[in-house]
Design a protein around this ligand. Structure first.
Ligand code: IMP
Ligand code: MG
Length: 182
């Protein structure tokens, strides 16, 4: 599945090293689904709110591993542009029509780096009156001074720029079924 030839072909030779294989990812996402399911009453209305585009693959896998009824929606924020440094200025480009009032919302992101995206988003979501709001991120760079620590983390990420499994560099590499550094 992840032979050196396959990696070279899919990435035009630009990937340096695979950090998490698709098998590791699948196993961890299953665990996360169990952890999340155990934290909610099955009668509670769960709403998984994914941040596009980075979380699309993670959300798709994660909701299939949650054992309760769950609704799925997405929000689109602008932040990174095409570079590797977060601007920290989050704007909502797409806003779900669904009411968040009284819902149990899980905000899902692909990776927390500086934490600024979540720091700007959490107050916006909270202002809409959800019954509860928790954060789940696939990767966490574990930097200091994060405003809102996520309740669920897939993996701790190395302090490198990583791509794959939804994460991009200039819109490339989102399709990779593994996490790699470039
Ligand atoms: P933060 O606001 O610094 O926490 O950055 C979060 C967002 O930046 C994520 O949702 C990603 O879209 C992007 N990002 C941060 N680090 C990386 C990385 O290593 N690879 C790809 N995208 C990243
Ligand atoms: Mg991104």
């Amino acid at each position: 599945m992840t032979s050196p030839t396959d990696v070279a072909r899919r990435t035009a030779g630009r990937v340096r090293r695979i950090i998490f294989t698709r098998e590791q990812i699948a196993g961890r996402v299953r665990e996360l689904g169990n952890e999340i399911s155990a934290c909610y009453d099955p009668r509670e209305e769960l709403l998984v709110l994914g941040l596009l585009k980075g979380s699309f693959m993670f959300v798709a896998d994660l909701v299939r591993c949650i054992h309760h009824p769950v609704q799925v929606d997405f929000i689109v924020t602008s932040s990174y542009g095409t570079g590797m440094v977060s601007s920290g200025n989050v704007q909502l480009l797409y806003d779900p029509g669904v009411s968040l009032r009284g819902r149990h919302v899980i905000l899902v992101d692909d990776i927390i780096d500086s934490g600024r995206t979540m720091a700007s988003l959490v107050p916006i979501i909270r202002a809409r009156g959800p019954a509860s709001l928790e954060l789940c991120t696939f990767l966490h760079k574990r930097r200091d001074g994060i405003a809102h620590e996520p309740r669920w983390v897939g993996f701790d990420a190395p302090p490198e720029f990583v791509v794959g499994y939804g994460l991009d560099y200039s819109e490339n590499f989102r399709h990779l079924p593994y996490i790699a550094s470039i």
